[in-house]
Design a protein around this ligand. Structure first.
Ligand code: ASP
Ligand code: MG
Length: 406
């Protein structure tokens, strides 16, 4: 007998037919004698609708009331899933975040989980009850409803799996696993049987929307075995596991891309101490995240170009902040460029293999693709290239690293 947390995303609970299919899927594990806890998202599209209502009610909405509104979608699916389970003879019971309680900090709209009280849950599970939890929501320090940020029910599920010491956390979604690259672009992309936490973390933060980044962090920190699989097809998915569990590690496991970034160059900015702080300090104060940064050595010792990337959505604000500091920063011009894509190759095998970056540079060069910015970490190399090369770059790299399906 195993203890399993099963999480179903928005498309898996999109309507009553799907919810009944979910109940049948859960019943299979129940019938196999497992202890099962279920976590559900809102029906797909529902949270967007609720966010829209909150914005319409008040542009500068009170974050606490926003959470009261957007948490509602999960209440509906938790209740309906419990009903659908009861209808097929499973002793299910719904739980909202506050009823458990799942405690969070007070950062409404993006709260972090502080702890889950599992005493009552475990007792009931031992007595043969199957809890169905509303994902995405928790209880803040002032006893108000909080939500965990978009995609947060993944994090609810992993946190619950950690708290219950579950053997596995199955995340059911509309894709059947984690792929070596986006299968819509790279037709030869393959589903991975296993991927390490660290690689998954990079992929999630690079915009592969399968799992909320925070859920992967949590899984890694608590050693929760996560499986990403589809609720539409009956097949094993991708296991997210510790590096040691992967016997034959590829040097590169995946190629990700993000069109969410924009590039900004400050032309001929003064080259003196304090300038970087003068640029990035005000951006941080404006809650603008900066990702890649390159600065050249100046030729004349007085000024140099500085290029960096921010989220596309922050581009206009970034330009505004920098323009308001023009006098102090002493630059000649700002050139914003939203038409870029960040392409990244990811793999823990990079730690022990040389020449991985060279393969990337050479492959792109052979296709005539100019690299604008490069950044690297221990297990990732990212380059910024013109957006029009997205498909070409992904496919060429996928082949170059030997990832193509046979
Ligand atoms: N329903 C929430 C959202 O759409 C949480 C989730 O689905 O994970 O972001
Ligand atoms: Mg999701």
């Amino acid at each position: 007998m195993a203890r399993i947390v099963m999480k179903f995303g928005g498309t898996s609970v999109a309507d009553m037919t799907r919810i009944k299919a979910v109940a049948a899927r859960v019943k299979r594990e129940v019938d196999a004698g497992h202890e099962v806890a279920v976590v559900v998202s809102a029906m797909s599209g529902e949270t967007n609708k609720l966010v829209g209502y909150a914005r319409e009610a008040s542009a500068l909405h009170d974050a606490r009331e926003y959470d009261t509104v957007v948490a509602a979608g999960e209440q509906v699916t938790a209740g309906l899933t419990a009903l659908a389970l009861q209808a097929i003879g499973v002793n299910a019971r719904s739980w909202l975040g506050w009823q458990i309680p799942l405690r969070t900090d007070g950062v409404h709209g993006k709260a972090r989980i502080l702890g889950i009280d599992t005493d009552d849950l475990t007792k009931r599970m031992k007595d043969g009850q199957f809890p169905v939890l509303a994902g995405f929501q928790g209880l803040g320090p002032d006893n108000r409803i909080t939500t965990l940020g978009r995609g947060g029910s993944d994090t609810s599920a992993v946190a619950l799996a950690a708290a219950l010491h579950a053997d596995r956390c199955d995340i059911f979604t509309d894709v059947d696993g984690v792929y070596t690259s986006d299968p819509r672009i790279v037709t030869k992309a393959r589903k991975l049987d296993k991927i390490t936490y660290e690689e998954m973390l990079e992929m999630a933060s690079l915009g592969a929307k399968v799992l909320q980044t925070r859920s992967v962090e949590l899984a890694m920190n608590h050693g929760v075995r996560v499986q990403v699989l589809s609720s539409f097809v009956d097949a094993p998915g991708t296991m997210v596991v510790d590096e040691e569990e992967i016997v034959e590690q590829q040097v590169v496991s995946g190629i990700a891309y993000s069109k969410d970034e924009a590039k900004i160059t400050l032309v001929k900015v003064a080259d003196r101490p304090g300038i970087a702080a003068g640029i990035f300090g005000p951006l941080a104060d404006a809650a603008i995240n900066v990702d890649m940064i390159v600065q050249n050595v100046s030729e004349d010792g007085k000024s140099t170009d500085l290029t960096f990337t921010v989220a596309k959505a922050d581009l206009d604000r970034t330009v505004q902040v920098l323009e308001s500091r023009k006098a102090e920063l002493d630059y000649k011009a700002i050139t914003p460029d939203p038409n870029v894509v960040k392409v990244s190759v990811i793999g823990v095998g990079m730690r022990s293999h040389a020449g991985v970056a060279q393969t990337m540079f050479k492959t792109l060069a052979e296709r005539g693709i100019n690299i604008q910015v490069i950044s690297t970490s221990e297990i990732k190399i990212s380059v910024l290239v013109n957006e029009e090369y997205t498909e070409l770059a992904l496919r060429a790299l996928h082949t170059a690293y030997g990832l193509d399906a046979a």
